[in-house]
Design a protein around this ligand. Structure first.
Ligand SMILES: NC(=O)c1ccc[n+]([C@@H]2O[C@H](COP(=O)([O-])OP(=O)(O)OC[C@H]3O[C@@H](n4cnc5c(N)ncnc54)[C@H](O)[C@@H]3O)[C@@H](O)[C@H]2O)c1
Length: 262
């Protein structure tokens, strides 16, 4: 059977851990040549090794999505890109407004929002040449509900808005831009943080009707669909993968501190 992303090149930012790693594995298993752009070199190498161990192709590149020079270098090395997944994000030092320093705010916005702008700006010219491309932005359920971290939530709201603008600006030229808003996804780093923030995680769990968090696979499968030709009529969509969290009316525990990024 034909693989769904055969012959395609996909750049995934933040592919060195968590959801990004799962997307790298999923896309590569469907025939994509994956480039993972991440600051975390060991994590990125592990992603590449996991992809290669099952016969896929993954090039790990070290780079900071908030630095134009790193992003431009990565896209030069990647060559023509069919699929871009903007997945890297930061939340270190974020929290309640009065606890957020200007430095922390700038960093969170630089990685989580400016990084999306820089990567789109690098990917779109080649997509325009081929009149084809799929961009998938990973936002968060925070953007739909205004919960929790001030800077991160503002950045993720910006990612939703940027998705819609770009879908309209480039839809006529064959580029589709869609956005995924995950709820709580149990990644390795969430598992690592769990003991320290057990009460927070357990309170949060009660807000999910099924009593379970999502998995990286839940996000990766949707991203695969959005990247594939089967999603040709999906453009400018903002889709929650959140086990109905955004359907909840009352969120008493979501103002609790969230795990800090390591
Ligand atoms: N895990 C969740 O519960 C959850 C929920 C909602 C949204 N999300 C979103 O999903 C995406 C992935 O989250 P995750 O939980 O897998 O995170 P993670 O921390 O496991 O992975 C994020 C990756 O991004 C990389 N990264 C960070 N800053 C970078 C930079 N400046 N340049 C390049 N790479 C950088 C990190 O090194 C890491 O490999 C993020 O956009 C996050 O906001 C996650």
């Amino acid at each position: 059977m034909e693989k769904r992303l055969s012959g395609k090149t996909a750049v995934i930012t933040g592919g060195g851990n968590g959801i990004g790693r799962e997307m790298a594995r999923t896309f590569a298993a469907q025939g994509a040549r994956v480039i993972s752009l991440d600051l975390d070199e060991p994590g990125n190498r592990l992603t590449a090794a996991q992809v290669e161990s099952v016969g896929g192709e993954c090039l790990p590149l070290r780079g900071d999505v908030s630095m134009a020079s790193d992003v431009e270098r990565a896209f030069r090395i990647a060559g023509p890109v069919d699929i871009l997944v903007n997945n890297a994000a930061a939340w270190a030092g974020d929290g309640f407004l009065l606890d957020v320093t200007e430095t922390a705010w700038d960093h969170v916005l630089a990685v989580s929002l400016k990084g999306v702008f820089l990567c789109c700006r690098a990917a779109v010219p080649g997509m325009l040449d081929r009149r084809s491309g799929a961009i998938i932005n990973i936002s968060s359920v925070n953007a739909l509900m205004g919960i929790s971290l001030a800077a991160y939530t503002a950045a993720k709201g910006g990612v939703v808005s940027l998705t819609k603008v770009l879908a309209l600006q480039y839809g006529a030229q064959g580029i589709r831009v869609n956005c995924i808003c995950p709820g709580t996804i149990m990644t390795e780093s969430s598992q690592h943080a769990y003991p320290q923030y057990k009460d927070y995680f357990e309170d949060l769990r009660t807000l999910y009707p099924a009593g379970e968090y999502g998995t990286p696979r839940d996000v990766a499968e949707l991203a695969l669909f959005l990247a594939s030709d089967e999603a040709k009529f999906m453009n400018g969509s903002v889709i929650a993968v959140d086990g109905a969290l955004s359907a909840v009316h009352n969120l008493p525990s979501c103002v609790a501190p969230s795990p800090k990024q390591g």
